[in-house]
Write a protein that binds this ligand. Structure first.
Ligand code: AMP
Length: 380
């Protein structure tokens, strides 16, 4: 390694909840933190040593951030890869522009999976009338149309039942570049959270099991209730992806389990919502781990302290005002995380609750009960 280790100031491109939790952990370890975000009161700007304000594609603002830091990282994979190329001339950016370029475009991501023989659902590009005509011969229906860029939490996704409906579905997303994928009748959704150090060392967190509602992550439980051999296969797939990308830092790979086999759904080259359980549930959180990895520090232990369930708190729960947190904190093994977001909008991730319990089933039941009570208070 050529640069000074450890880096002493970390710059976050994007100041959402992921950067906020990384900043908490970095500051605990005595590192300094700076954030670039359009909002002066962004979740991470509230807890960092300093903040720069500007759009996430603003070259000048991003270069000012780089000038103040030793290493840069991302809160979202939507930062333009071309901007990262410029920043890489000033400071190390981890993960780098090459990783982001492959991941932030769903077509590039699918092509990458094909090139490396990694299992995923059948898919076809859809960016032109010719591809619209060809897609039905390449994918099975029902299918899912997804915009190539800027899609997350089900945004820019349309389920398409029959080939005849594809043109109309493309119309509803404004005929922007898309991919079409066969709909997977999965039994479970899981995610592998791993970290890859600058020297290539890879460590894994326990494989987690996810439940989505309205395409948004609702609960994660760790460890996943899947056979050990399948968890091993999932870890191996995750490691192949991180190595093939040359990734540095934490990475999440979401997978479907369909009839006992794994299909990669999505790669996130960053800390991930389905890894929030590690912040309280594991010896080293994914946030601390990412900070360690990008600063060239030794990696931490990934062991689970107790079975853990995470449940997301969406803005819908604020419909009748601030939820009564006593209902969460009345459970001694519950931990409340709130992201400091000023406005609660439907579907917006405002925070999450962790339940640490020797009995994973009991943790799930408690999580369900807490959510039902908060939803009832909010009027359904
Ligand atoms: P994504 O933004 O691609 O991660 O999709 C969000 C969620 O939508 C996934 O976690 C699944 O629950 C669902 N989903 C996405 N793609 C598919 C697919 N091809 N088949 C079935 N469900 C899907």
């Amino acid at each position: 390694m050529t640069e000074a280790v450890p880096a002493t100031a970390i710059g976050f491109l994007g100041g959402g909840q992921l950067a906020r939790m990384m900043a908490f952990e970095a500051r605990r370890m005595g590192l300094r933190t700076f954030v670039l975000d359009p909002a002066p009161d962004a979740p991470a700007a509230q807890v960092a040593d300093g903040a720069f304000h500007g759009p996430l594609d603003d070259v000048e603002a991003a270069e000012s951030l780089a000038g103040a830091c030793d290493v840069l990282t991302i809160d979202t994979e939507l930062i333009p890869a071309d901007l990262l190329v410029r920043l890489e001339r000033i400071r190390p950016v981890r993960p780098g522009s090459a990783v982001l370029r492959r991941i932030q475009d769903r077509q590039e991501q699918r092509t990458f999976l094909d090139e490396h023989g990694l299992p995923h659902t059948r898919w076809a590009p859809l960016s032109s009338p010719e591809e619209l005509a060809a897609a039905p011969s390449r994918v099975r229906f029902p299918a899912v149309l997804k915009t190539r860029r800027a899609g997350y939490d089900g945004k820019g996704q349309v389920k398409v039942e029959r080939p005849a409906d594809l043109a109309a579905a493309w119309e509803t997303v404004g005929r922007v570049p898309c991919v079409v994928e066969s709909f997977v009748r999965f039994q479970k959704e899981i995610s592998v959270i791993l970290v890859r150090a600058l020297d290539g060392e890879v460590r894994f967190y326990p494989v987690a099991e996810n439940e989505h509602r309205r395409h948004i992550l609702h609960t994660t439980r760790a460890p996943a209730a899947i056979p050990a051999a399948l968890a091993e296969q999932a870890r191996a797939l995750g490691a192949r992806i991180a190595e093939a990308l040359g990734h540095a830092g934490v990475m999440a790979v979401e997978m479907f389990v369909e009839d006992g086999r794994l299909l990669v759904n999505e790669i996130a080259p960053r800390v991930h919502n389905s890894g929030h359980y590690t912040y309280g549930g594991c010896v080293t959180s994914q946030f601390e781990q990412h900070v360690r990895a990008i600063c060239g520090l030794p990696l931490g232990d990934t062991d689970l302290l107790r079975p853990t369930v995470m449940v997301n708190l969406l803005g819908d729960l604020w419909r009748r005002g601030t939820p009564r947190w006593q209902k969460v904190l009345a459970h001694p093994c519950a931990q409340l995380h709130l992201y400091g977001k000023g406005r609660a909008l439907p579907g917006r991730k405002m925070g999450h609750v962790l339940l640490l319990d020797e009995d994973a089933e009991r943790a799930m039941e408690t999580a369900d009960r807490i959510v039902r009570e908060l939803e009832a208070d909010a009027g359904g």
